[in-house]
Write a protein that binds this ligand. Structure first.
Ligand code: SF4
Ligand code: SF4
Length: 152
């Protein structure tokens, strides 16, 4: 008798769980869809989103504080100084290493590096993941030497 009761109880439980599942499916069938049609529609990132950096070159004083603060050494900076003039010759971030921790932005005295909303920078090559933020400049031989020494 107990075996028959267990059999019917199992059948009932099977039907009941299927009904519960179907009721949830039906509820979602008639509600507003939440799917985002990426990449046709770009998702809106929250205001404090930590994406690809935004670098304001004209404000940068080439102090290396951000590079020193980075725990994984993924920022490479090149600077040439001539009196009061500062040329940022290199500002590369290696996104193979970057962990989007924001530690480089916090201590920047010029407030010129920020975490931005951009996230679409996937690359098929390793080299492609190193982003160059400084605008290319032509340097004199002397400036090249100065930059090399500064980097060391
Ligand atoms: S976000 Fe973090 S890991 Fe990325 S460059 Fe800045 S300090 Fe380095
Ligand atoms: S800490 Fe700021 S000012 Fe200094 S090198 Fe980095 S980005 Fe430029």
């Amino acid at each position: 008798m107990t075996a028959v009761r267990t059999y019917f109880s199992d059948v009932f439980m099977g039907l009941w769980t299927a009904l519960v599942g179907m009721s949830i499916t039906l509820r979602y069938l008639f509600s507003k869809p939440v799917t985002e049609m990426y990449p046709d529609v770009k998702p809106r990132t929250p205001t404090r989103y930590r994406g690809i950096h935004v670098f304001e070159e004209e404000k940068c004083i080439g102090c290396y504080v951000c590079a020193k603060a980075c725990p994984v050494d993924c920022i490479e900076i090149g600077v040439v100084r001539k009196g009061k003039e500062i040329k940022i010759t290199k500002f590369d971030i290696d996104y193979q290493k970057c962990m989007f921790c924001d530690l480089c932005c916090e201590p920047c005295p010029a407030h010129c590096i920020h975490m931005g909303p951009e996230f679409e920078k996937a690359s098929f090559t390793r080299k492609g993941t190193i982003l160059q933020f400084a605008t290319p400049k032509t340097l004199t031989e002397e400036e090249k030497k100065v930059e090399k020494v500064a980097r060391k």
